[in-house]
Design a protein around this ligand. Structure first.
Ligand code: SF4
Length: 107
């Protein structure tokens, strides 16, 4: 079986979403229409700090801005994070730092 680069990229992003944002559970079906489905995982979950991380976060937010499932993504991620208190990566057009700030204001 031949697996395309796009299919590999999609699988990689979905795997990261599952691990990081949904605690190993299934990724919601809305992710099948996600604009980030074939984006590099390093864009949404950058490992480095400083300028490179800031560039990746801005690029990821631009992808989110055109995503048709953005509202659903953000709602599900906020619901998950409110239980797990773990925030990582760009989701729903927001950075982990932004979501932490929102969470702090709600407490
Ligand atoms: S809003 Fe962003 S992180 Fe969420 S599915 Fe769309 S592109 Fe991916």
């Amino acid at each position: 079986m031949i697996v395309s680069d796009a299919a590999r990229a999609t699988a990689a992003v979905r795997s990261r979403f599952r691990t990081v944002l949904f605690a190993g559970g299934p990724v919601p079906s809305w992710h099948e229409r996600a604009a980030c489905a074939s984006a590099p995982t390093s864009m949404f979950f950058p490992e480095t700090g400083g300028t490179l991380q800031a560039v990746a976060v801005r690029a990821a937010k631009r992808v989110c801005a055109g995503c048709v499932v953005r509202e659903q993504c953000l709602a599900d991620v906020l619901a998950y994070e409110s239980r797990a208190h773990r925030r990582y990566g760009v989701a729903g057009g927001t950075s982990a730092a932004q979501r932490s700030q929102w969470s702090g204001r709600r407490r």
